[in-house]
Design a protein around this ligand. Structure first.
Ligand code: ZN
Length: 492
């Protein structure tokens, strides 16, 4: 073949055959399969929906109207045959006359329409939006991990709008669970002294957030700390959200800094039971409840010290689990007290337990979900994950803000048959941290083979959520409260 002919041939091939991943369509998480006709945009006038769930049509009409306003595409039910696909899977095909969405469930339809929203841009050439265009693309996608969660801290200074935005963003990036941890902010009726008196996690607020989460396809899971971290405040802050203003309740907590609940005081268990029941109900009886239980101290009161620690620990967790199981839910807890510190097997990983807690753990009921946290860079293997899995526990890998670690833990979860991923966020959840955690977590939760090169449109996505929330306060936009964030945040 002569050079000229070869060039013509190659050009023909390039332009005739749709290339896979040829162009960045900025869908986050990156779809499993995405075929795009390069540079071809088509008008978004009509969406035809093939779905087994009748609710999907109503949902699609409502949200397309919300997102695209007067220029929203028409939505029609299609009679196309729905191929065998996972419950959360979807297919999205942008064609000349219509955009086709195919999914078995409403959840699949949500995910298809989130992808569509991330790709659609306003028509060019006018001052104001007069219509929408979408790349000519065919996406076939399904989540790789069935549990895809984010852990959100609701501190005293956290405002409800922030929690709402984090939940909306998690749903938009196709995570399906958000653990919402009260750091002394839940307002309990049964124990009104529990937590800060002006905590903003009221039942009314929880109900409002749950309504939004349910609609967007994400389940909220409540969390309190039922062992260590009983201060419901960061250790370094030196605050105790219950005892600062209610010293009369000291017998419920261990004398050493009030850090642990007193496991031998039956009143402590009674209080925890009532708070768990109240909170679980306020969250609409979700399928999980997280009881924390990380970083506890050994017993420091005479009654606790008089009993075998291993027995005390095991009995307490069993009692908390019984309360949660009786409500039809599963107990989640952090892993570190279940592994003995200094045990060579966990070298390089997090183990805060004693020989007693590690032994007590072996008598735990097997319906617990172990949340195994690791926040450092990538490792070749994760023996702690293998250990919990080998004992028959449902196990989640829980990274934080180290992207290479998040990717390695996620990939290991696929390989080792771990049940899912729960990304944590903790402090300084601003700026790059906010962007990277959502981006990396959602990509690895969906796609073991993600290139991590798509989805550079985070600020637009955040802004779209601001539009949905009808945000009017400049502090509630962007990745920091202020234009110039305070010094410590600049590097975090
Ligand atoms: Zn005690």
């Amino acid at each position: 073949m002569k050079a000229k002919h070869l060039t013509t041939f190659l050009l023909t091939v390039i332009f005739m055959v749709p290339a896979v991943h040829a162009e960045n369509v900025n869908v986050c998480p990156e779809p499993a399969s995405c075929e795009i006709v390069p540079s071809a945009y088509l008008p978004l006038k009509k969406v035809s929906l093939a779905c087994d769930d009748q609710e999907a049509l109503t949902w699609a009409k409502k949200h397309l109207k919300e997102w695209y306003g007067k220029q929203a595409p028409e939505v029609v039910a299609a009679t196309r045959v729905i191929p065998t696909m996972d419950a959360e899977a979807y297919q999205l095909s942008v064609k000349e006359n219509e955009t086709q969405v195919t999914a078995r469930t409403l959840q699949g339809v949500r995910y298809a329409l989130y992808s569509l929203r991330q790709m659609a841009i306003p028509q060019r050439g006018t001052q104001k939006v007069e219509g929408w265009i979408v790349p000519q693309v065919t996406i076939k996608d399904h989540p790789g991990l069935s549990f895809r969660g984010i852990h959100i801290c609701w501190f005293h200074e956290t405002e409800p709008w922030e929690v709402e935005r984090l939940i909306r963003l998690a749903a938009y990036y196709k995570l399906n669970y958000a653990v919402v941890e009260s750091w002394g902010t839940f307002r309990s009726k049964s124990a009104p002294w529990y937590g800060w008196p002006d905590g903003t996690m009221t039942k009314k607020e929880i109900k409002r957030l749950k309504g939004i989460a349910d609609d967007l396809g994400i389940t909220l899971i409540p969390q309190i700390n039922a062992f260590g971290h009983a201060t419901a405040s960061r250790g370094g802050a030196g605050k105790h959200s219950s005892l600062e203003f209610n010293p009369e309740y000291q017998p419920l907590f261990e004398p050493l800094n009030g850090w642990n609940w007193c496991l031998s005081n039956p009143e402590a268990r009674k209080v925890l039971t009532s708070i768990i029941e109240e909170m679980h109900e306020a969250f609409g009886n979700p399928p999980y409840f997280h009881i924390g239980c990380d970083e506890a101290n050994p017993p420091s009161c005479p009654d606790c010290k008089a009993r075998p620690y291993s027995e005390l620990f095991m009995e307490h967790i069993r009692a908390m689990n019984d309360v949660i199981v009786a409500r039809g839910a599963k107990t989640m807890l952090w892993h570190d007290m279940l592994l003995q510190r200094g045990d060579e097997r966990w070298k390089g990983f997090y183990a805060n337990g004693t020989p007693e807690t590690a032994a007590g753990f072996l008598k735990f009921p097997h319906d617990l979900v172990i949340c195994d946290w690791y926040y450092d860079g990538a490792k070749d293997a994760y023996p702690t994950l293998d250990y919990f899995k080998s004992l028959g526990f449902n196990t989640l890998t829980c990274p934080w803000h180290n992207s290479s670690g998040t990717i390695a833990q996620g990939r290991y979860a696929y390989k080792a048959g771990i049940d899912g991923i729960l990304g944590t966020t903790w402090h300084h959840f601003f700026g790059d941290n906010l962007v990277n955690i959502y981006f990396t977590l959602s990509n690895i939760a969906w796609n073991a083979n993600s290139s991590f090169s798509q989805g550079g449109n985070f600020m637009t996505h955040l802004r779209q959520i601001g539009w949905d929330m009808k945000t009017k306060n400049p502090r509630h936009t962007g990745t920091y409260y202020d234009e110039l964030p305070p010094e410590p945040f600049l590097n975090n």
